[in-house]
Design a protein around this ligand. Structure first.
Ligand SMILES: [Zn+2]
Length: 481
Protein backbone atom coordinates (compact mmCIF):
# COMPACT_ATOMS: atom_id res chain seq x y z
CA UNK A 1 0.00 0.00 0.00
CA UNK A 2 1.59 3.27 -1.04
CA UNK A 3 0.99 5.19 2.18
CA UNK A 4 3.34 8.14 2.10
CA UNK A 5 5.96 8.29 4.84
CA UNK A 6 7.82 11.26 3.45
CA UNK A 7 7.62 14.82 4.58
CA UNK A 8 5.41 16.11 1.80
CA UNK A 9 2.82 17.35 4.24
CA UNK A 10 3.08 19.91 7.04
CA UNK A 11 1.56 17.71 9.74
CA UNK A 12 4.13 14.93 9.16
CA UNK A 13 1.28 12.38 9.11
CA UNK A 14 1.76 9.08 7.30
CA UNK A 15 -0.98 9.19 4.72
CA UNK A 16 -1.77 8.80 1.05
CA UNK A 17 -1.11 12.19 -0.52
CA UNK A 18 -3.72 13.68 -2.86
CA UNK A 19 -1.38 12.98 -5.78
CA UNK A 20 -1.17 9.30 -4.75
CA UNK A 21 -4.96 8.85 -4.82
CA UNK A 22 -6.19 6.96 -7.87
CA UNK A 23 -8.68 8.79 -10.05
CA UNK A 24 -11.61 6.57 -10.94
CA UNK A 25 -14.19 8.54 -12.89
CA UNK A 26 -15.00 11.47 -10.63
CA UNK A 27 -13.74 9.75 -7.47
CA UNK A 28 -10.28 10.00 -5.89
CA UNK A 29 -9.52 6.71 -4.17
CA UNK A 30 -6.89 6.24 -1.43
CA UNK A 31 -4.81 3.06 -1.22
CA UNK A 32 -6.98 1.02 1.13
CA UNK A 33 -10.21 1.97 -0.54
CA UNK A 34 -9.46 -0.50 -3.31
CA UNK A 35 -10.28 -3.31 -0.86
CA UNK A 36 -13.67 -1.81 -0.16
CA UNK A 37 -15.85 -4.47 -1.78
CA UNK A 38 -14.50 -7.10 0.60
CA UNK A 39 -14.54 -4.90 3.68
CA UNK A 40 -17.51 -2.68 3.07
CA UNK A 41 -19.38 -2.07 6.29
CA UNK A 42 -16.67 -3.61 8.42
CA UNK A 43 -14.43 -0.56 8.21
CA UNK A 44 -17.15 1.96 8.86
CA UNK A 45 -16.41 1.68 12.54
CA UNK A 46 -13.59 0.03 14.40
CA UNK A 47 -14.40 -3.51 15.36
CA UNK A 48 -12.07 -3.04 18.35
CA UNK A 49 -13.93 -0.09 19.85
CA UNK A 50 -17.42 -1.30 19.04
CA UNK A 51 -17.10 -5.01 19.67
CA UNK A 52 -13.81 -6.32 21.03
CA UNK A 53 -13.35 -3.66 23.70
CA UNK A 54 -16.63 -4.57 25.48
CA UNK A 55 -15.70 -8.25 25.19
CA UNK A 56 -12.36 -7.54 26.91
CA UNK A 57 -13.82 -5.07 29.41
CA UNK A 58 -12.90 -7.17 32.45
CA UNK A 59 -9.21 -7.17 31.41
CA UNK A 60 -9.35 -3.48 30.53
CA UNK A 61 -10.63 -2.66 34.03
CA UNK A 62 -7.90 -4.74 35.64
CA UNK A 63 -5.28 -3.00 33.48
CA UNK A 64 -6.43 0.42 34.68
CA UNK A 65 -6.90 -0.57 38.31
CA UNK A 66 -3.26 -1.64 38.51
CA UNK A 67 0.15 -0.60 37.27
CA UNK A 68 1.18 -2.26 34.00
CA UNK A 69 3.55 -4.59 35.84
CA UNK A 70 0.96 -5.83 38.33
CA UNK A 71 -1.76 -6.13 35.69
CA UNK A 72 0.48 -8.25 33.46
CA UNK A 73 1.42 -10.44 36.44
CA UNK A 74 -2.27 -11.03 37.04
CA UNK A 75 -2.86 -11.73 33.34
CA UNK A 76 -0.04 -14.30 33.41
CA UNK A 77 -1.78 -16.11 36.28
CA UNK A 78 -4.88 -16.44 34.10
CA UNK A 79 -2.91 -17.61 31.05
CA UNK A 80 -1.13 -20.17 33.17
CA UNK A 81 -4.44 -21.46 34.57
CA UNK A 82 -5.79 -22.04 31.05
CA UNK A 83 -2.55 -23.56 29.79
CA UNK A 84 -2.49 -26.06 32.66
CA UNK A 85 -6.19 -26.86 32.62
CA UNK A 86 -6.98 -30.43 31.47
CA UNK A 87 -9.98 -28.85 29.68
CA UNK A 88 -7.97 -26.15 27.96
CA UNK A 89 -9.37 -27.05 24.54
CA UNK A 90 -12.78 -25.86 25.73
CA UNK A 91 -11.61 -22.23 25.94
CA UNK A 92 -12.56 -20.60 22.66
CA UNK A 93 -11.57 -17.08 23.66
CA UNK A 94 -11.26 -14.92 26.75
CA UNK A 95 -14.11 -12.58 25.82
CA UNK A 96 -17.10 -11.96 28.08
CA UNK A 97 -19.32 -13.90 25.66
CA UNK A 98 -16.91 -16.85 25.36
CA UNK A 99 -16.58 -17.05 29.14
CA UNK A 100 -20.38 -17.18 29.42
CA UNK A 101 -20.47 -20.09 26.96
CA UNK A 102 -18.18 -22.34 29.05
CA UNK A 103 -19.67 -25.16 31.10
CA UNK A 104 -20.70 -23.81 34.49
CA UNK A 105 -17.97 -25.57 36.43
CA UNK A 106 -15.14 -24.46 34.16
CA UNK A 107 -16.57 -20.96 33.95
CA UNK A 108 -16.66 -20.71 37.72
CA UNK A 109 -13.06 -21.90 37.97
CA UNK A 110 -11.95 -19.26 35.47
CA UNK A 111 -13.89 -16.37 37.04
CA UNK A 112 -12.52 -17.42 40.41
CA UNK A 113 -8.96 -17.09 39.06
CA UNK A 114 -9.77 -13.75 37.41
CA UNK A 115 -11.17 -12.35 40.66
CA UNK A 116 -8.64 -14.05 42.94
CA UNK A 117 -7.12 -10.76 44.06
CA UNK A 118 -9.22 -8.53 46.37
CA UNK A 119 -8.20 -5.35 44.58
CA UNK A 120 -9.16 -6.84 41.19
CA UNK A 121 -12.46 -8.16 42.52
CA UNK A 122 -13.38 -4.73 43.90
CA UNK A 123 -12.50 -3.04 40.62
CA UNK A 124 -14.53 -5.59 38.66
CA UNK A 125 -17.62 -4.91 40.76
CA UNK A 126 -18.22 -2.34 38.00
CA UNK A 127 -19.62 -5.26 35.99
CA UNK A 128 -22.64 -5.18 38.31
CA UNK A 129 -23.70 -1.97 36.54
CA UNK A 130 -24.55 -3.92 33.38
CA UNK A 131 -27.83 -5.87 33.50
CA UNK A 132 -27.10 -7.44 30.10
CA UNK A 133 -23.78 -9.00 31.23
CA UNK A 134 -23.79 -12.64 30.01
CA UNK A 135 -23.49 -15.27 32.78
CA UNK A 136 -23.77 -12.51 35.35
CA UNK A 137 -24.72 -15.01 38.07
CA UNK A 138 -21.19 -16.47 37.92
CA UNK A 139 -19.51 -13.05 38.06
CA UNK A 140 -21.79 -11.90 40.91
CA UNK A 141 -20.79 -14.97 42.91
CA UNK A 142 -17.17 -13.78 43.03
CA UNK A 143 -17.61 -10.00 42.97
CA UNK A 144 -18.00 -7.98 46.17
CA UNK A 145 -21.02 -5.72 46.56
CA UNK A 146 -18.87 -2.60 47.03
CA UNK A 147 -20.05 0.52 45.22
CA UNK A 148 -18.78 0.33 41.63
CA UNK A 149 -16.22 2.99 40.75
CA UNK A 150 -17.66 4.65 37.65
CA UNK A 151 -14.59 6.90 37.33
CA UNK A 152 -12.37 3.83 37.02
CA UNK A 153 -14.63 2.52 34.25
CA UNK A 154 -14.44 5.85 32.39
CA UNK A 155 -10.67 5.96 32.79
CA UNK A 156 -10.24 2.36 31.66
CA UNK A 157 -12.42 2.76 28.57
CA UNK A 158 -10.90 6.16 27.79
CA UNK A 159 -7.42 4.66 27.75
CA UNK A 160 -8.38 1.82 25.42
CA UNK A 161 -10.88 3.42 23.02
CA UNK A 162 -8.08 3.77 20.50
CA UNK A 163 -6.84 0.29 19.69
CA UNK A 164 -3.12 1.10 19.68
CA UNK A 165 -2.61 2.57 23.17
CA UNK A 166 -0.29 0.77 25.59
CA UNK A 167 -3.26 -0.25 27.73
CA UNK A 168 -5.21 -1.63 24.74
CA UNK A 169 -2.15 -3.46 23.44
CA UNK A 170 -1.58 -5.10 26.86
CA UNK A 171 -5.13 -6.46 26.84
CA UNK A 172 -4.83 -7.57 23.23
CA UNK A 173 -1.62 -9.37 24.16
CA UNK A 174 -3.55 -11.21 26.90
CA UNK A 175 -6.15 -12.31 24.37
CA UNK A 176 -3.50 -13.69 22.00
CA UNK A 177 -1.67 -15.50 24.82
CA UNK A 178 -4.91 -17.12 25.97
CA UNK A 179 -5.64 -18.28 22.42
CA UNK A 180 -2.14 -19.78 22.25
CA UNK A 181 -2.57 -21.42 25.69
CA UNK A 182 -5.91 -22.90 24.59
CA UNK A 183 -4.44 -24.26 21.35
CA UNK A 184 -6.63 -21.99 19.23
CA UNK A 185 -3.81 -20.46 17.21
CA UNK A 186 -0.56 -21.98 16.13
CA UNK A 187 2.39 -19.68 15.71
CA UNK A 188 6.14 -20.41 15.49
CA UNK A 189 7.86 -21.09 18.80
CA UNK A 190 10.31 -18.17 18.34
CA UNK A 191 7.38 -15.78 18.14
CA UNK A 192 5.75 -17.34 21.19
CA UNK A 193 9.04 -16.85 23.05
CA UNK A 194 9.03 -13.17 22.14
CA UNK A 195 5.40 -12.85 23.16
CA UNK A 196 6.16 -14.50 26.51
CA UNK A 197 8.69 -11.80 27.32
CA UNK A 198 6.22 -9.04 26.59
CA UNK A 199 6.58 -6.16 27.32
CA UNK A 200 10.17 -6.20 28.61
CA UNK A 201 12.33 -8.01 26.11
CA UNK A 202 12.67 -8.35 22.37
CA UNK A 203 12.06 -5.70 19.81
CA UNK A 204 8.79 -4.14 20.96
CA UNK A 205 8.56 -2.14 17.76
CA UNK A 206 7.93 -5.38 15.90
CA UNK A 207 6.13 -7.30 18.68
CA UNK A 208 3.45 -4.70 19.27
CA UNK A 209 2.28 -4.45 15.64
CA UNK A 210 2.38 -8.26 15.48
CA UNK A 211 0.10 -8.53 18.53
CA UNK A 212 -2.32 -6.02 17.02
CA UNK A 213 -2.46 -7.61 13.59
CA UNK A 214 -2.92 -11.09 15.08
CA UNK A 215 -5.56 -10.01 17.56
CA UNK A 216 -7.66 -8.13 15.03
CA UNK A 217 -8.17 -11.27 12.96
CA UNK A 218 -10.37 -12.72 15.74
CA UNK A 219 -13.58 -10.84 15.11
CA UNK A 220 -16.62 -10.84 17.34
CA UNK A 221 -19.56 -12.60 15.71
CA UNK A 222 -22.21 -12.46 18.43
CA UNK A 223 -22.85 -8.75 19.04
CA UNK A 224 -25.39 -9.09 21.87
CA UNK A 225 -23.03 -8.18 24.71
CA UNK A 226 -21.11 -5.39 22.88
CA UNK A 227 -24.43 -3.83 21.87
CA UNK A 228 -25.82 -4.15 25.40
CA UNK A 229 -22.64 -2.74 26.94
CA UNK A 230 -22.66 0.46 24.87
CA UNK A 231 -26.42 0.86 25.22
CA UNK A 232 -26.22 0.63 29.01
CA UNK A 233 -23.24 3.05 29.08
CA UNK A 234 -25.32 5.53 27.09
CA UNK A 235 -28.43 5.12 29.20
CA UNK A 236 -26.72 5.32 32.58
CA UNK A 237 -24.04 8.00 32.21
CA UNK A 238 -24.29 11.66 31.12
CA UNK A 239 -22.74 13.44 28.13
CA UNK A 240 -19.77 15.68 28.86
CA UNK A 241 -19.16 18.48 26.37
CA UNK A 242 -15.43 18.95 25.74
CA UNK A 243 -15.70 22.51 24.48
CA UNK A 244 -16.91 25.37 26.61
CA UNK A 245 -19.21 27.70 24.71
CA UNK A 246 -17.41 30.96 24.09
CA UNK A 247 -19.25 34.21 23.69
CA UNK A 248 -19.21 35.27 20.12
CA UNK A 249 -18.44 38.97 19.84
CA UNK A 250 -17.09 39.81 16.43
CA UNK A 251 -18.51 43.25 16.09
CA UNK A 252 -15.75 45.78 16.09
CA UNK A 253 -16.40 49.47 15.61
CA UNK A 254 -12.96 49.97 14.06
CA UNK A 255 -13.92 47.51 11.33
CA UNK A 256 -17.15 49.37 10.64
CA UNK A 257 -15.13 52.60 10.35
CA UNK A 258 -12.65 50.95 7.97
CA UNK A 259 -15.50 49.78 5.74
CA UNK A 260 -17.08 53.27 5.74
CA UNK A 261 -13.75 54.87 4.84
CA UNK A 262 -13.17 52.35 2.05
CA UNK A 263 -16.65 53.01 0.68
CA UNK A 264 -15.97 56.77 0.51
CA UNK A 265 -12.63 56.18 -1.21
CA UNK A 266 -14.23 53.88 -3.79
CA UNK A 267 -17.02 56.37 -4.54
CA UNK A 268 -14.47 59.20 -4.99
CA UNK A 269 -12.43 57.03 -7.38
CA UNK A 270 -15.59 56.02 -9.22
CA UNK A 271 -16.37 59.72 -9.85
CA UNK A 272 -12.82 60.43 -10.95
CA UNK A 273 -12.81 57.60 -13.47
CA UNK A 274 -16.43 57.84 -14.67
CA UNK A 275 -16.02 59.83 -17.87
CA UNK A 276 -19.11 59.05 -19.94
CA UNK A 277 -22.85 58.55 -19.46
CA UNK A 278 -22.78 56.01 -22.26
CA UNK A 279 -23.12 52.37 -21.19
CA UNK A 280 -19.67 51.45 -19.86
CA UNK A 281 -19.81 47.73 -19.11
CA UNK A 282 -16.23 47.56 -17.88
CA UNK A 283 -16.42 50.49 -15.46
CA UNK A 284 -19.76 49.34 -14.04
CA UNK A 285 -18.44 45.81 -13.65
CA UNK A 286 -15.15 46.70 -11.91
CA UNK A 287 -16.67 49.18 -9.48
CA UNK A 288 -19.87 47.18 -9.15
CA UNK A 289 -18.02 44.07 -8.03
CA UNK A 290 -15.86 46.06 -5.61
CA UNK A 291 -18.84 47.85 -4.04
CA UNK A 292 -21.00 44.73 -3.90
CA UNK A 293 -18.13 42.84 -2.26
CA UNK A 294 -17.61 45.61 0.27
CA UNK A 295 -21.30 45.40 1.12
CA UNK A 296 -20.93 41.68 1.81
CA UNK A 297 -18.12 42.50 4.24
CA UNK A 298 -20.13 45.30 5.85
CA UNK A 299 -23.04 42.93 6.44
CA UNK A 300 -20.74 40.35 8.01
CA UNK A 301 -19.32 42.92 10.41
CA UNK A 302 -22.54 44.74 11.23
CA UNK A 303 -24.50 41.54 11.50
CA UNK A 304 -21.81 40.02 13.72
CA UNK A 305 -21.68 36.88 11.56
CA UNK A 306 -17.96 36.57 10.74
CA UNK A 307 -17.75 33.54 13.03
CA UNK A 308 -20.95 32.02 11.67
CA UNK A 309 -22.34 30.21 8.66
CA UNK A 310 -23.34 33.46 6.92
CA UNK A 311 -19.71 34.59 7.15
CA UNK A 312 -18.70 31.54 5.15
CA UNK A 313 -21.43 32.04 2.57
CA UNK A 314 -20.12 35.58 2.16
CA UNK A 315 -16.57 34.31 1.74
CA UNK A 316 -17.75 31.87 -0.94
CA UNK A 317 -19.58 34.64 -2.78
CA UNK A 318 -16.67 37.08 -2.44
CA UNK A 319 -14.34 34.46 -3.87
CA UNK A 320 -16.59 34.00 -6.92
CA UNK A 321 -16.78 37.78 -7.44
CA UNK A 322 -13.00 37.94 -7.44
CA UNK A 323 -12.55 35.07 -9.90
CA UNK A 324 -15.06 36.63 -12.31
CA UNK A 325 -13.39 40.03 -12.12
CA UNK A 326 -9.90 38.61 -12.44
CA UNK A 327 -10.92 36.56 -15.46
CA UNK A 328 -12.45 39.59 -17.17
CA UNK A 329 -9.41 41.74 -16.41
CA UNK A 330 -6.99 39.04 -17.56
CA UNK A 331 -8.82 38.74 -20.90
CA UNK A 332 -9.75 42.44 -21.05
CA UNK A 333 -11.90 42.06 -24.17
CA UNK A 334 -14.68 44.52 -24.86
CA UNK A 335 -16.94 41.73 -26.03
CA UNK A 336 -16.50 39.81 -22.74
CA UNK A 337 -17.33 42.78 -20.50
CA UNK A 338 -20.54 43.20 -22.52
CA UNK A 339 -21.28 39.48 -22.48
CA UNK A 340 -21.06 39.37 -18.69
CA UNK A 341 -23.45 42.30 -18.40
CA UNK A 342 -25.90 40.92 -20.95
CA UNK A 343 -25.97 37.60 -19.17
CA UNK A 344 -27.08 39.34 -15.96
CA UNK A 345 -29.71 41.37 -17.77
CA UNK A 346 -30.93 38.16 -19.45
CA UNK A 347 -31.37 36.56 -16.02
CA UNK A 348 -33.49 39.52 -14.94
CA UNK A 349 -35.58 39.08 -18.11
CA UNK A 350 -35.98 35.34 -17.52
CA UNK A 351 -37.31 35.94 -14.00
CA UNK A 352 -39.46 38.90 -15.03
CA UNK A 353 -41.14 36.79 -17.73
CA UNK A 354 -41.69 33.82 -15.43
CA UNK A 355 -43.35 35.96 -12.79
CA UNK A 356 -45.32 37.80 -15.41
CA UNK A 357 -46.62 34.57 -16.94
CA UNK A 358 -47.39 31.65 -14.65
CA UNK A 359 -45.32 31.83 -11.44
CA UNK A 360 -46.27 33.69 -8.29
CA UNK A 361 -43.21 35.70 -7.25
CA UNK A 362 -41.81 35.02 -3.77
CA UNK A 363 -41.99 37.85 -1.25
CA UNK A 364 -38.41 39.02 -1.71
CA UNK A 365 -38.81 39.66 -5.46
CA UNK A 366 -39.29 43.21 -6.66
CA UNK A 367 -40.88 42.66 -10.08
CA UNK A 368 -40.69 46.30 -11.04
CA UNK A 369 -36.90 46.43 -10.65
CA UNK A 370 -36.45 43.16 -12.55
CA UNK A 371 -38.42 44.62 -15.49
CA UNK A 372 -36.20 47.72 -15.45
CA UNK A 373 -32.92 45.74 -15.34
CA UNK A 374 -34.16 43.46 -18.12
CA UNK A 375 -34.75 46.28 -20.57
CA UNK A 376 -32.59 49.27 -19.58
CA UNK A 377 -29.57 48.46 -21.83
CA UNK A 378 -31.28 46.68 -24.70
CA UNK A 379 -34.90 46.48 -25.81
CA UNK A 380 -35.98 43.13 -24.40
CA UNK A 381 -37.02 41.80 -27.78
CA UNK A 382 -33.31 41.92 -28.72
CA UNK A 383 -32.05 40.42 -25.44
CA UNK A 384 -31.17 36.72 -25.48
CA UNK A 385 -31.50 34.60 -22.34
CA UNK A 386 -28.46 32.41 -21.64
CA UNK A 387 -29.45 29.26 -19.77
CA UNK A 388 -25.93 28.02 -18.89
CA UNK A 389 -22.99 29.87 -17.35
CA UNK A 390 -22.24 33.26 -18.82
CA UNK A 391 -18.96 32.14 -20.44
CA UNK A 392 -19.89 28.47 -20.68
CA UNK A 393 -17.08 27.95 -18.17
CA UNK A 394 -17.73 26.82 -14.60
CA UNK A 395 -15.92 28.51 -11.72
CA UNK A 396 -13.15 25.93 -11.70
CA UNK A 397 -12.39 26.47 -15.37
CA UNK A 398 -12.62 30.24 -14.95
CA UNK A 399 -10.06 29.93 -12.13
CA UNK A 400 -7.72 27.89 -14.31
CA UNK A 401 -8.09 30.32 -17.24
CA UNK A 402 -7.23 33.26 -15.00
CA UNK A 403 -4.35 31.50 -13.20
CA UNK A 404 -6.21 31.21 -9.89
CA UNK A 405 -6.41 27.42 -9.58
CA UNK A 406 -4.48 27.33 -6.30
CA UNK A 407 -6.72 30.05 -4.93
CA UNK A 408 -9.74 28.06 -6.06
CA UNK A 409 -8.46 24.95 -4.24
CA UNK A 410 -7.86 27.04 -1.12
CA UNK A 411 -11.22 28.78 -0.90
CA UNK A 412 -13.87 27.10 -2.97
CA UNK A 413 -14.58 23.62 -1.68
CA UNK A 414 -15.10 24.05 2.06
CA UNK A 415 -17.02 27.31 1.76
CA UNK A 416 -19.26 25.67 -0.86
CA UNK A 417 -20.03 22.94 1.65
CA UNK A 418 -21.70 25.65 3.76
CA UNK A 419 -23.82 26.74 0.81
CA UNK A 420 -24.87 23.14 0.13
CA UNK A 421 -25.23 21.99 3.76
CA UNK A 422 -22.85 19.02 3.48
CA UNK A 423 -22.31 16.75 6.49
CA UNK A 424 -18.73 17.96 7.13
CA UNK A 425 -19.72 21.58 7.63
CA UNK A 426 -22.82 20.67 9.63
CA UNK A 427 -20.54 18.59 11.86
CA UNK A 428 -18.19 21.56 12.24
CA UNK A 429 -20.92 24.08 13.00
CA UNK A 430 -23.45 22.17 15.07
CA UNK A 431 -21.82 19.20 16.82
CA UNK A 432 -19.02 18.58 19.27
CA UNK A 433 -17.44 15.43 20.66
CA UNK A 434 -18.78 14.08 23.95
CA UNK A 435 -15.98 13.75 26.50
CA UNK A 436 -17.50 10.73 28.24
CA UNK A 437 -15.38 7.78 27.02
CA UNK A 438 -18.28 5.45 27.81
CA UNK A 439 -20.11 7.10 24.90
CA UNK A 440 -17.46 6.14 22.31
CA UNK A 441 -16.64 9.77 21.43
CA UNK A 442 -20.03 10.27 19.80
CA UNK A 443 -21.16 13.66 18.48
CA UNK A 444 -23.54 15.77 20.52
CA UNK A 445 -25.31 18.94 19.34
CA UNK A 446 -23.54 22.12 20.33
CA UNK A 447 -23.50 25.33 18.37
CA UNK A 448 -19.88 26.44 18.47
CA UNK A 449 -18.59 29.76 17.08
CA UNK A 450 -16.54 29.04 13.97
CA UNK A 451 -13.20 30.59 13.12
CA UNK A 452 -13.56 34.22 12.15
CA UNK A 453 -13.59 34.85 8.37
CA UNK A 454 -12.62 38.55 8.57
CA UNK A 455 -8.99 38.07 7.58
CA UNK A 456 -9.96 35.99 4.56
CA UNK A 457 -12.63 38.48 3.51
CA UNK A 458 -10.04 41.24 3.78
CA UNK A 459 -7.47 39.28 1.78
CA UNK A 460 -9.81 38.51 -1.12
CA UNK A 461 -11.33 41.98 -1.12
CA UNK A 462 -7.87 43.57 -1.35
CA UNK A 463 -7.14 41.37 -4.36
CA UNK A 464 -10.28 42.81 -5.96
CA UNK A 465 -8.85 46.27 -5.22
CA UNK A 466 -5.51 45.25 -6.81
CA UNK A 467 -7.44 44.43 -9.97
CA UNK A 468 -9.40 47.66 -9.76
CA UNK A 469 -6.13 49.55 -9.39
CA UNK A 470 -4.70 47.84 -12.48
CA UNK A 471 -7.74 48.87 -14.53
CA UNK A 472 -8.40 52.32 -13.08
CA UNK A 473 -5.04 53.30 -11.61
CA UNK A 474 -4.12 55.48 -8.66
CA UNK A 475 -6.19 53.67 -6.09
CA UNK A 476 -3.62 52.96 -3.35
CA UNK A 477 -6.09 52.23 -0.53
CA UNK A 478 -6.61 48.77 0.95
CA UNK A 479 -9.03 47.46 3.57
CA UNK A 480 -7.67 46.78 7.06
CA UNK A 481 -9.87 44.87 9.47
ZN1 LIG B 1 -22.23 11.46 25.42
Amino acid sequence: MPISKNKRNKSGKSRTTLREHKKKGKILKPAFSQLESKLEGKLFHSNWTYDRLPEMIWAIIIRSAYSQELALQHFKKIISFIKNSPLRDQFKDISITSISELDTELREQLVKVITSDTHVAEALSILRLFPSLPAKETWYKYLPTTTPDINLLMLAVGKTLFHQTQEATDCRWLRIMVLVAANKIHIPIEIIKELLHYPNLGDQRSVRPMIRSLEMTFLVENKAWPTGFWKECWENTPCLALNELKQNSDKNNNDVNSVNLMHDQLIRHWKKTHDTTEIDAKHDCVFGIALYSLKLIRECIEGNVSSGILGRLSLRSLFENYVTLHYLITKNEDVLWKKWRKYGAGQAKLNALRFDENLTPPKYINQEILEIIASEDTWEEYLDIELGNWTNLDLRKLSIESNLKEFYDTYYSWTSGFAHGHWGVIREAEFTTCGNPLHRLHRIPQSIPLQNVSNDLELIFNKILDDLDITYSKFPYRLEL
